[in-house]
Design a protein around this ligand. Structure first.
Ligand code: NAD
Length: 448
């Protein structure tokens, strides 16, 4: 399961050979750990052209604890200066294609100085439905960001964050996430925030303190990692998995001080039993359980089709509807569903799986505004790419190698990358993050 190639390219002979042969040499990613909780270097805050600076943004960036500078000289001319570990470019006021020259002028001189594993976040706004010049300019940022993500290298990442300039406070949890080691495997993403005001945060190191979270499929793989990261962030966690995972589920839950709930999520009484296990309601509901039963459509019996649709999509719909209707998901609650890039790009042999995961995306987009209006709950989806788990270890070698390398970061992700994204969605301060489908795929070439 381990990525031996990534390990090899980190050694001196490995570096030598891969350079000589022109093979990819992916940069090891620097993920969150108690010893590396933040980016290692200053944050450069730039504005495109003469455009107005988004009010409150400087204060918000300063609150991240990073050393914020607006002086590009520091990055470009002073040899002794620290290289920026992050760049935030405010392009919210670019309303004409001519204004895009300001994007080039701001980033061209500094992009080379970005530290390895650095972060670029371009701030934009939603392309207007009424002003095609503004829409052209703001949509242009998407192509820009996706291309820069592909060429920047060194394990650096690039995102476009569309904010609501009138309520910049709603962007704080997202900026903190994107400008941190927690978002190591996220690149080329376009995230659009609503104007909803965030809940206040007492302690950014334990943003889920006092919250109850339930994670389905939590005995192993991505689900176990999600449970662990939510517990790290202060949540009381309930780990749900099928009864046959018995000991594995108990071990995962015990290690986190969590509660184990052996339950098949497709059972008719699943929602009732979840509600019974959370007498004070749920603040975070993570639909992670998922299965594959691959066959090409021509060879696929109805039972393989039905079981995948049932676990991956129908049970998500049924339990979400029932738990929302019963008021089990508390106001301010967060629902996170698990899609897949297969649900975006499609995949040979996975008509059932891709249909189920695309269905999850449809569900999230349609339910998000209504859940916010009726229940004060957000609904988002994480769409993992190639993640190193038992699921992908079972993939044939060549397909596995292709999955690992065919992305801008040249490697597979780890369960914790999906977990960190889920934990960002789950934060009380992420009220403005709603109806988003965020790919955790190192900017995979599939469906990009
Ligand atoms: P995994 O097979 O390692 O774990 C899935 C867990 O879900 C297992 O513990 C399993 O017992 C549980 N589960 C299955 N059916 C269940 C049911 N009916 N009720 C309750 N629990 C059930 O898989 P993983 O790789 O950790 O994947 C987790 C999620 O991420 C899935 O939804 C998967 O489709 C999605 N995903 C994974 C990848 C990847 O590369 N690993 C990529 C894209 C999407």
């Amino acid at each position: 399961m381990a990525d031996r190639y990534l390990h090899f390219t980190g050694t001196a002979p490995g570096r030598f050979l891969t350079r000589r042969l022109g093979l990819p040499h992916p940069a090891p990613l620097r993920r969150w750990s108690p010893r590396t909780p933040t980016l290692d270097g200053p944050l450069l805050h730039l504005t495109a052209g003469d455009s107005t600076v988004t009010e409150g943004l400087a204060a918000l960036l300063a609150a991240t604890g990073l050393d914020v500078t607006e002086r590009t000289e520091r990055a470009t001319r002073d040899d002794h200066a620290e290289r920026p570990a992050g760049i935030v470019l405010d392009a919210t006021a670019v309303v004409t294609p001519g204004g895009l020259a300001g994007v080039h002028a701001a980033l061209h001189p500094v992009v080379r100085s970005l530290a390895p594993g650095g972060r670029v976040v371009v701030l934009g706004v939603r392309p207007s439905a009424d002003d095609h010049h503004q829409a052209a300019a703001q949509q242009a940022l998407e192509g820009f960001v996706r291309s820069l993500g592909k060429e920047i290298g060194g394990g650096a990442t690039v995102q476009l964050l569309r904010i609501a300039p009138e309520s910049v406070a709603g962007a704080e949890s997202t900026l903190r996430f994107l400008l941190s080691p927690r978002s190591a495997y996220l690149s080329g993403q376009v995230i659009e925030l609503t104007a909803a005001a965030p809940a206040p945060v007492a302690d950014w190191t334990a943003p889920l303190a006092g919250r109850t979270a339930l994670v389905t499929g939590a005995a192993r793989g991505i689900g176990a990692s999600v449970a662990s990261v939510l517990a790290r962030d202060g949540a009381r966690v309930i780990c749900l998995d099928v009864p046959r995972t018995g000991d594995e589920l108990a071990r995962t839950a015990d290690a986190l001080g969590a509660t184990a709930l052996p339950l098949d999520i497709t059972a008719d009484d699943a929602a009732r039993r979840i509600a019974a296990a959370a007498p004070d309601g749920l603040d975070v509901l993570v639909h992670n359980a998922g299965i594959t039963r691959d066959r090409r459509l021509a060879n696929m019996p109805a039972d393989r089709w039905a079981s995948v649709l049932d676990v991956n999509l129908d049970s998500v719909l049924r339990t979400t509807d029932a738990l929302l209707a019963a008021g089990t998901v508390n106001r301010g609650g967060r629902i996170v569903a698990t899609a897949s890039i297969a649900g975006i790009a499609g995949n040979n042999g996975q008509t059932n799986y891709a249909a189920s995961k695309a269905g999850v995306i449809g569900l999230v987009r349609a339910l998000a505004p209504r859940a916010a209006a009726d229940h004060g709950v957000t609904v988002n989806a994480v769409a993992p790419g190639f993640i190193e788990t038992k699921m992908t270890a079972a993939v044939p070698l060549l397909v596995r190698e292709a999955g690992r390398r065919m992305n801008s970061l040249g490697q597979g992700g780890l369960p914790i990358d999906v977990a960190e994204t889920t934990a960002w969605f789950a934060q009380p301060a992420s009220t403005a993050v709603n109806g988003q489908v965020v790919r955790v795929c190192g900017q995979s070439l599939l469906g990009a």
